[in-house]
Ligand binder design. Structure first.
Ligand SMILES: [Zn+2]
Ligand SMILES: [Zn+2]
Length: 777
């Protein structure tokens, strides 16, 4: 444990952990020392007027990383800036962009250089626009999104020199209508891709092709813009940036922004006396533990924000913290509030002011609070469960101690393998990032529609095929065979009357979308991907959307509609499915001694057979309800490993142990893959068997949940050694006896978590990893 005397934020954590009965809960306390800012000079090429405006707004000099990225971009080098929250990434592209816009203005103010800014959400583009206009620089900036009125669109196309948009608008509007954007595109100097770590999984693959289409259309107008990407801190940002753009991209990672001292505490709630599935122990809920900590911090006057997954959880945390505070001093109970959904501006302002005046000291909010409310200047952040990615964790933690102010954060583990691993392996959060932004541009289900869209934008020629990757020719052939494209001597043509861009829904990750319709109002609350509807929108499911809780009344698979209603059940649900898998084609493999690791194409058939109701917050299983849903088949990518019989018997693994050992290893490895690939455990699935028909051996498969694959299984194959070592350690070090939700039990198991063999799983993984340790790669 990193101990540093004299650290005020660390002392707060120590006081929380010293409360009698809490002795074992703090698993790690890391104190990151304050860091002074590292400054660079303003680049000589920067426009004096732009610099003046920045200086007038308090930016006296750029930080080193801002200057390095700005210099690279100005020289025409594609660059990805991967630094922490609040490290001023915008300046790195605004400086060269605004400088070029000013330099190339015509004598009568005509537009000479243009910039396209792409954000994953409309809200972020709007925020960027106000920040840009707030600089007081002479720039004609405008957003171009679904909200942009038709009569303003012409002005934006013809006059704006800085256009802020999103991938959806590029895909549906700007690229198909490129002829009308010709003047803008001809002078395009920079394409800014902000928050690019959001482009992962199937969505990432879609956006990578949208950006390739953009490059191709620009080239047709004689423009070759410089790409500037901004990313959270991830592993190998240049690899993700290259996959996203198809270009060589320079990484800039050294963060020169100042930071106050940060104390990060990792916290594990204790096991309770509740009995879970198959007699397993159940850990105290992260939200209950968070409520205790929130009450303690508010009593000490520490300004605290607690992040909780659902709106119901938020209310629970705020209410229970207020209750505890009232016992201490009735006046304290009013110092805690829940941040209610709906995001009404007046409500936001009211909360912000109450926080600023000190009337409110603690706030519980859903993770969806990422944008919208200005609550800077907090002292502490509590996180009830790992927010999914390391980048999101630092983003939430960044809510406390903005700038050089000290801050503390507590990550409270949920009862699952990933959280359990993280609170016992601080290096996974603090050391070199292992989490990579992952997606697969080669997915034929994603590539096909974009080739159609590209062909409609301009007929595709043979020398352009490299742009879209190795599988382009094969996919084109299948599109021609399917009658979607026509092959002529000069290239591939779209001859259909439809809009080709309509074929690809870039936010969807497979199958038709199922609409979630509110029963009372008929309002469409949201959508679920067809592939996930069976498991998350089945009749009886508790569905959490933007922090609000709904109950699914019915699911109509033919009409693609789920009818839902607002509800407040005291339980959550999880679907269980049974799965079968067939190997279609091995793409790559590695030998670890006699063991073998493979990645390739598989056909997965699965069926959701029932769902479990778990009491909240305890997690206790209260019922299992059967479901009658059809079998679905999915062609996708899987990673699998096999162990031969001799190696198993040599290690003393008797045949009766094997099914439970393989099954347990499969569950835990699914739980831990999100540590290496930016996915959710619900994005992937698995199958394990003591003997698989296609391999003839004990085999454990982990597969992507989307047609054609999303890159997650591929990443598992590449990071197999670290991934499976983490899996083994999580199982071996769990304090339970025979397996529990923190190690080998899975909430979505189709076999009632049976059979599972905790000890056998460790021995099985030891056989594999020992063979792997001897193998050279
Ligand atoms: Zn366990
Ligand atoms: Zn299972």
């Amino acid at each position: 444990m990193a101990q540093q005397r004299g650290s005020a934020v660390a002392d707060v954590v120590r006081r929380l952990a010293a409360v009698p009965g809490r002795e074992d809960r703090l698993t790690h306390l890391e104190v990151l020392p304050a860091r002074a800012a590292r400054y660079a000079d303003w680049p000589e090429w920067a426009s004096p007027r732009v610099v003046e405006s920045l200086v007038a707004r308090g930016v006296t000099r750029p930080w080193t990383h801002q200057a390095a990225a700005a210099d690279a971009a100005h020289e025409g080098t594609h660059v990805v800036l991967s630094t922490g929250t609040a490290s001023g990434k915008s300046l790195a592209y605004q400086l060269p962009a605004l400088t070029d816009i000013e330099r190339h203005r015509g004598p009568r103010g005509q537009r000479g250089a243009t910039v396209l800014y792409v954000a994953p959400t409309k809200a972020l583009a709007q925020d960027q626009l106000s920040a840009l206009l707030g600089l007081g620089v002479d720039v004609r900036a405008a957003t171009y999104d679904g909200d942009c009125p038709l009569d303003q669109r012409d002005w934006v196309r013809d006059h704006a020199d800085y256009v802020l948009t999103n991938p959806d608008m590029l895909h549906r509007s700007i690229l198909p209508g490129h002829a009308r954007w010709a003047a803008f595109l001809r002078t395009l100097r920079y394409v800014v891709v902000d928050e690019c770590h959001h482009y992962r999984g199937v969505f990432g693959a879609h956006v990578s092709h949208v950006l390739r289409r953009l490059r191709r259309v620009c080239a047709a107008y004689g423009a070759s813009p410089t790409f500037v990407l901004a990313s959270a801190t991830v592993a190998e940002p240049e690899v993700a940036a290259r996959r996203l753009t198809g270009l060589e991209v320079l990484p800039v990672t050294g963060d020169g922004a100042p930071r106050g001292e940060v104390a990060l505490a990792l916290w594990e709630p204790p096991l309770t006396s509740y009995v879970g599935e198959n007699g397993a122990p159940v850990r105290r809920a992260a939200s209950s533990e968070t409520a205790d900590l929130l009450a303690d911090l508010v009593a000490e006057g520490v300004h605290t924000l607690a992040f909780v997954r659902s709106r119901r959880g938020v209310e629970q945390v705020a209410l229970s913290a207020a209750g505890m505070l009232a016992e201490v001093d009735p006046a304290l109970a009013d110092r805690v509030a829940a941040y209610r959904g709906g995001y009404l501006p007046e409500e936001r302002r009211e909360l912000e002011q109450a926080l600023r005046r000190g009337e409110l000291v603690g706030l519980a909010a859903t993770n969806a609070l990422e944008l919208g409310i200005d609550v800077s200047g907090l002292d502490a952040v509590l996180m009830a469960g790992f927010p999914g990615t390391r980048a999101a964790l630092w983003q939430q933690l960044g809510r406390a101690g903005r700038g050089a102010q000290d801050a503390m954060g507590v990550l409270v583990a949920r009862d699952d393998p990933l959280d359990t691993y993280l609170v016992h392996h601080p290096e996974a959060l603090l050391g070199r990032p292992v989490e990579a932004t992952v997606f697969d541009p080669g997915n034929p289900y994603v590539l096909g529609p974009h080739l159609c869209a590209a062909a409609q934008e301009r007929p595709l020629t043979a020398d352009e095929l490299d742009l879209f990757g190795d599988s382009t020719r094969a996919v084109l052939d299948s599109l021609v065979a399917a009658g979607l494209l026509r092959r002529r001597p000069s290239g591939w043509y779209w001859t259909d009357r439809r809009r080709a861009a309509d074929i690809a829904d870039i936010r969807s990750t497979g199958g038709a979308q199922v609409q979630l319709v509110e029963a009372d109002t008929g309002r469409v609350v949201g959508t679920v991907d067809g592939g996930r509807a069976h498991s998350s929108a089945h009749q009886g499911a508790v569905y959490v959307h933007r922090g609000e809780t709904y109950l699914v009344e019915s699911l109509d698979l033919d009409e693609h509609v789920a009818v839902i209603s607002r509800a407040d059940p005291d339980y959550s649900t999880s679907a269980r499915e049974v799965t079968d898998i067939v190997v279609v084609q091995e793409r790559d493999s590695r030998s670890w001694g006699d063991c073998r690791l493979s990645v390739g194409e598989v056909d997965v058939s699965h069926q959701v057979v029932s769902y479990l109701k778990r009491r909240q917050p305890s997690g206790e299983v209260i019922a299992e309800e059967p479901l009658d849903l059809p079998v679905r088949t999915l062609r996708t990518t899987a990673v699998w490993w096999t162990v031969p019989d001799d190696a198993l018997s040599e290690a003393g693994l008797a045949p009766d142990v094997l099914p439970g050992a393989a099954h347990a290893a499969e569950h835990c490895s699914i739980g831990l893959l999100p540590l290496f690939a930016t996915c959710d455990r619900w994005d992937i699935g698995g199958v394990s068997t003591a003997r698989h028909a296609d391999t003839g051996r004990l085999t454990v498969f982990v597969h992507d949940g989307h047609p054609g694959g999303a890159g997650f299984a591929e990443r598992g194959f590449r990071a197999a050694r670290e991934w499976l070592t983490a899996t083994r350690d999580t199982i071996a070090s769990c304090e339970c006896v025979d397996g529990c939700p923190s190690c080998i039990q899975s909430p979505k198991c189709g076999n009632q978590n049976h059979p599972l063999d905790k000890d056998g799983a460790v021995r099985l993984l030891d056989v594999l990893l020992t063979a792997g340790g001897l193998a050279r790669e």
